[in-house]
Write a protein that binds this ligand. Structure first.
Ligand code: IVH
Length: 674
């Protein structure tokens, strides 16, 4: 069957639109269309390609979701060897680096550098020929790496065709970069692995390496890997004079350069970048382990050349390691929201990267056994990916014979109910319906940022509310009085008043938040949003059966079972009724709507007098707008409430419009409109 011309043209148009939207979303972080619109285009293209196999193209945007599994990796030779970097660990060594450069170049002239984060990921090389993606490979031994093209293609920010928007497309481009898994995705992946009884990854780098080594790219496609480019290999066609120009070329081709790079005119500017990045290390959404400092001018780079395995023109300023050795003083089971008993290692306090670490999760009994961690052991602890510290391994050579094995108790350490381990599950759970530990964790979750967002309901207060018996389920929060709260320890009248006001404010919420606050197993914020959009209201959601849930994309049998199980329990239905009768209220959800604020992005800073931050976000979203956390040139408005933070200053610097609360209210209008 030949392909009609109109169909061919439609497929080409869809591909070009999808490429454009991928670039907006994954590279520029600034989408132009809603997810639903994107899905529609994607589905139409997949349908055409399925109907007309002749249309299939390995570089089609539909091919980013995974190719058939390989049986082994082929080898790829790097035309230009992939080198590594010499390290410097302090300013003196950086000064020596500069002295060496000046000696070699026989000059006293200042050298211009580019300093940028050293991404703690996995090095890869991408090859493009005439703008078309050809291969992606690992560094390997520097000369020969493994062909991981099938996995690289799944990375959303890697274009399969370079964009032609200014800098001419080279006939052959070999570009090097670092693949990484953002910290948030790393945390999610580990949580899923634990849930599935698999061993978690020690850090995002290991998770990335594991993902790139998959023979089945469908597995890789599920992991939101990302890639920053940092260097050139072989390059034909086009003259780039400096690293700065290279960075601009990358952007023009639709590739992502390493962010936060700075041009430095002398070493003091280099040191300033190192200090700033080291201070920001914990706040960045990905792991960095140092700063790469390189000579900007390509001619100078060329003159400097390389010695053995590393170039003379660059060094890595390494940050302190995030690992340390310490002792396990004891192992204590902690009861979580769903009753899971998580063994936690209490450690001899040890400093890791500026933070004192006193405890680390051991996840579950299987992990303890797999790693053979004993009470009294000397262990290696790592703090990475912005997660709770992780015990990497025990050091058996350091054992004295005094170490003891940890045994999971058969009774809950908090309520004394029996502890059970379900068939096929790694977790032990407390079966106590009224377990106070479970209740405390549920309340914290209920009141947390992703849930009802009750400001001021901290751990200490939850602790007392449960211990005094004032609160036996989340519904009780809405019946608390000023006198009851004022009777709690260390809660001044004013704070009690503020807390009551926050509880009252939280009653006006949204359906997705309400669903998320219930703490249903496997149901996080994203799933809650999907459920709200699918069912529109709470009633139909509570009445649904597992098959109804599975109609929703991304909801599998396990989540469906968990939802049905939750709503089938009288106890949970009673709590929901109690919350609704107390006045908790949310509008029904219509399918994602277009509105007056479509295409506009808002950043909220400071506090608003007339509504909570989440209410403001809901207003924006109800009118089709988007609320984001970071200010950039693309932000349409920054809404500055009382005591605005640095975001207001940034808006001013970038010339972004700043709205007062009053102006914001005028813009979003009255509730009726939604
Ligand atoms: S430039 C000759 N820039 O660190 C290599 N490398 O230890 C020049 N890396 O193999 C590399 N972030 O994989 C450069 N911003 C960055 C980097 C970076 C991470 C990796 C790279 C290299 C290794 C060197």
């Amino acid at each position: 069957m030949s392909v009609p011309q109109a169909i061919r043209a439609e497929a080409e148009r869809l591909r070009s639109e999808l490429r454009h939207h991928n670039h907006r979303y994954y590279v520029l972080d600034d989408p132009e269309v809603s997810d639903a619109d994107y899905d529609r285009l994607f589905r139409r293209l997949s349908q055409l390609e399925a109907e007309y196999p002749q249309l299939q193209d390995p570089l089609s945007p539909t091919q980013k979701v995974g190719a058939p599994p390989l049986s082994e990796f082929a080898q790829i030779r790097h035309r230009v060897p992939m080198l590594s970097l010499a390290n410097v660990v302090n300013r003196e060594e950086m000064q020596e680096f500069q002295d060496r450069l000046q000696r070699f170049l026989d000059t006293d002239e200042p050298i211009v550098y580019v300093a940028e984060p050293k991404i703690d990921g996995v090095a890869v090389e991408l090859v493009y020929e005439n703008g078309r993606f050809v291969t992606g490979s690992t560094r390997g031994d520097g000369t020969t790496g493994e062909d991981i093209s099938h996995n690289i293609k799944t990375i959303r920010s890697v274009p399969l065709r370079l964009l032609d928007q200014g800098v001419s497309i080279p006939s052959r481009l070999e570009v090097r970069g670092e693949v990484f898994l953002p910290n948030a995705a790393f945390r999610r992946l580990n949580a899923e692995r634990l849930e599935a009884g698999e061993s978690p990854f020690a850090n995002p780098r290991n998770a990335t390496a594991g993902s790139l080594k998959q023979l089945d790219s469908a597995v890789t496609a599920k992991r939101p890997l990302d890639l920053f480019c940092h260097g050139l290999g072989h390059f034909e066609g086009g003259g780039l004079a400096s690293h700065q120009e290279f960075v601009q070329a990358l952007q023009s081709w639709g590739l992502k350069p390493v962010p936060h790079g700075r041009l430095c005119r002398d070493l003091s500017e280099v040191f300033a970048v190192c200090d700033t990045l080291e201070a920001q290390r914990d706040a960045l959404p990905f792991e960095i382990d140092g700063v790469v400092v390189r000579v900007d001018d390509f001619r100078l780079q060329h003159r400097l050349g390389a010695i053995s395995r590393s170039p003379r023109w660059a060094v890595a300023y390494k940050f302190a390691a995030r690992q340390a050795t310490t002792r396990v003083v004891s192992i204590v089971p902690q009861v979580g929201r769903t009753g899971t008993l998580t063994p936690v290692a209490e450690l001899l306090p040890v400093g890791i990267g500026g933070v004192t670490v006193k405890s680390a999760s051991l996840h579950n009994m299987d992990e303890i056994r797999r790693k053979d961690i004993r009470i009294g052991d000397t262990v290696v602890v790592e703090r990475a990916g912005d997660v709770i510290p992780y015990v990497v391994k025990a050091l058996p050579d350091k054992r004295t014979g005094e170490e003891t094995l940890f045994v999971m108790p058969d009774r809950c350490p908090v309520c004394g109910a029996e502890v059970e381990r379900e068939e096929g599950e790694a977790a032990y759970r407390c079966t106590g319906l009224a377990c106070r530990a479970k209740l405390k964790e549920s309340l914290k979750f209920f009141a947390g940022r992703g849930g009802m967002d009750i400001e001021g309901l901290g751990d200490k207060i939850v602790e007392q509310l449960v211990e005094t018996g004032l609160v036996t389920d989340p519904g009780d929060l809405y019946g608390l009085s000023q006198e009851q709260l004022a009777g709690l320890e260390r809660l001044a009248d004013k704070s009690a008043y503020n807390l009551l006001a926050a509880i009252e404010k939280s009653k006006t919420t949204s359906l997705p938040r309400f669903i998320a606050s219930l703490g249903i197993r496997h149901v996080g914020e994203a799933t809650a949003r999907q459920l709200a959009e699918h069912f529109g209201d709470l009633g139909p959601l509570m009445d649904a059966d597992p098959a109804d849930f599975e109609e929703i994309r991304d909801i599998g049998p396990e989540v469906a079972r968990s939802l049905a199980h939750f709503f089938a329990q009288d106890q949970n239905q009673r709590v929901i009724d109690k919350l609704l009768s107390a006045g908790v209220d949310f509008p029904t959800v219509a399918a994602r709507r277009e509105g007056r604020l479509s295409g506009q992005t808002f950043v909220l800073t400071g506090s608003l007098a007339s509504m909570t931050r989440s209410q403001a976000q809901q207003r924006i979203e109800a009118l089709g707008g988007k609320s984001t956390s970071g200010v950039s040139k693309k932000t349409s408005y920054v809404v500055a409430g009382a005591e605005p933070g640095a975001k207001r200053d940034k808006a001013e610097r970038l010339g972004v419009a700043i709205l007062s609360e009053e102006e914001f209210l005028r813009l979003v209008g009255s509730e009726d409109e939604t």
